[in-house]
Design a protein around this ligand. Sequence first.
Ligand SMILES: [Fe+2]
Length: 136
Amino acid sequence: MEWKDSYDIGVEKIDCQHRQLLVKLNEFFDACTNQKGKEKIEETLKFLKDYTLEHFGNEEQLMSEIDFPELAEHQKTHAEFVKTVLELEESIKTKGVSVLSTIKLNRTLTDWLINHIHKCDRLIGDCIAAKGNKAV
Ligand SMILES: [Fe+2]
């Protein structure tokens, strides 16, 4: 998947982190295409645990700084993503890596880019723009 300009929210730090996620996502997709998904999944999940901690923290802080109206809702979506990552990790620990777990992560990440970053995170950029960029 390629980065589209429309994914940018206009806040450099956040956009950089989103691009970083896309790099990891593509690495994982490539591994899946080359039948190496099972080997890559643990590494990807480990990355996601650290990444989400920092990135969601930054995004939520930004949202509170600009009095983003849907902060609570947005936070909930972040928490659900973290939960999915932790559940996948737990299932791998107890049952081992399965094709199903790689498909699940594949779908989760694609959905996150298309629906969360492209739609929900964009609203943060829109909110900043509406306030005349005064908040950042
Ligand atoms: Fe977000």
